[in-house]
Design a protein around this ligand. Structure first.
Ligand SMILES: Nc1nc2c(ncn2[C@@H]2O[C@H](COP(=O)(O)OP(=O)(O)OP(=O)(O)O)[C@@H](O)[C@H]2O)c(=O)[nH]1
Length: 347
């Protein structure tokens, strides 16, 4: 699947919306991932065995494999560089944004980062569903923040009746545009919605790559997991396979005009360009799109295979849009047609 950067996910949200609760939930359900956490103070992050004072620019490796540090806004970039240095024992980084910077400034900083070891992992905006109308009145910028988000976590749904929840969900979804909106209580966002499964689960050789087949198998296993049916019913994982090539221009359009409710997509694509028969890995988080080029392995079937993860996805409509990207529908691919792909090429 090519080299992959460490995804940096920003968790934002107004006072008391449940950011820390979400962070603690993720740390408690890491699924083998080693998560680096950046907070602006340690105060309320209470993970097993964690006893660190609220110092600035300190970093601790916790027993549970979580690397935790605290910075102010000016130290953020440098701290990311430290966390994501070559060989760092980290699979994902989460920044709890409160008090650090505006979400827009954080996104800009991440996208502008020259560090090739990190990549944009999405802006997750936590919204207190119960207090939504009041918060919106007090902080009109909430609308903008929701509009920027790649995933909106509608938290504290336990405080609402079903009817109220439906109203709030609809109101937030209107502001969220195409972004996925996930209703939860107590920050219980499934870890696998935010991050890929660990590449190094216990007992696996270090450096072993998780193939897409593994990812699909994982997704199927997850879907069949009876233990947390309430969690899995909240979000969707769908896979798409096309044996014949997808048109580059149409596929880039699909990825940039992403379907409603899509949060992440990854996989690889055969563009069927006669001048370039390489394999293109694709990855999106919200509106962020990135391709990487590699070669097909000897004997590997040229095809396109995608995993799409979101909430509120209209699966038949997504399939139809992807089917309509096929070269068979659009005619031959020339070199010019690859230009939109090159705009989003990494490295
Ligand atoms: N009823 C209910 N309470 C919740 C839920 N999620 C969080 N809380 C409570 O809401 C309060 C605020 O949650 P935090 O996670 O501290 O919120 P925060 O966004 O980190 O707050 P600040 O860091 O102060 O901005 C805490 O008392 C939580 O226990 C939920 O889903 N339902």
């Amino acid at each position: 699947m090519g080299t992959r950067g460490i995804p940096v996910t920003i968790i934002a949200g107004f006072l008391g919306s449940g950011k820390t609760t979400l962070l603690n939930h993720l740390l408690g359900n890491r699924a083998g991932l080693r998560i680096g956490v950046i907070v602006n103070d340690f105060g309320s992050v209470n993970i097993d065995g964690m006893a660190v004072a609220g110092q600035v620019d300190s970093m601790r490796m916790l027993d549970n494999g979580c690397l935790c540090c605290a910075v102010d806004a000016s130290g953020l970039d440098a701290m990311l560089d430290r966390l994501a240095r070559p060989g760092a024992p980290i699979d994902a980084i989460v920044i709890e944004a409160s008090g650090l910077a505006e979400p827009r400034a954080m996104i800009r900083m991440l996208l502008a980062s020259g560090n090739p070891l990190i990549e944009y992992g999405g802006l997750v905006e936590v919204v207190d569903a119960a207090e939504f109308p009041a918060t919106r009145q007090r902080h009109p910028e909430l609308d903008t923040h929701i509009g920027l988000a790649d995933l909106v976590v509608l938290n504290k749904t336990d405080r609402l009746t079903a009817g109220e929840l439906a109203d709030r969900h609809a109101a937030v979804a209107r502001l969220a545009g195409d972004a996925a909106v996930l209703p939860v209580s107590h920050g219980s966002v499934p870890t696998e919605l935010l991050f890929e499964p660990a590449e190094r689960p216990v007992g696996t050789r270090v450096g072993e790559q998780l193939s897409l087949a593994d990812l699909v198998a994982d997704a199927a296993e997850c879907a069949a997991d009876e233990e947390h049916p309430h969690l899995h019913s909240m979000y969707q994982t769908m896979t798409y396979f096309a044996p014949d090539p997808l048109h580059p221009r149409e596929f880039v359009r699909f990825a940039t005009e992403r379907p409603n409710g899509l949060y992440r997509m990854k996989g690889f694509v055969d563009f069927g360009s006669p001048g370039d028969r390489r394999k293109y890995s694709v990855q999106t988080v919200g509106a962020f799109l990135r391709f990487e080029r590699s070669r097909w392995s000897p004997g590997e079937q040229r095809a396109s295979q995608l995993v799409l993860i979101g909430a509120g996805l209209d699966e038949p409509a997504v399939r139809e849009r992807l089917d309509s990207c096929r070269v068979a529908v659009h005619g031959a691919v020339d070199d010019q047609a690859m230009l939109p792909v090159h705009r989003y090429l990494r490295g």
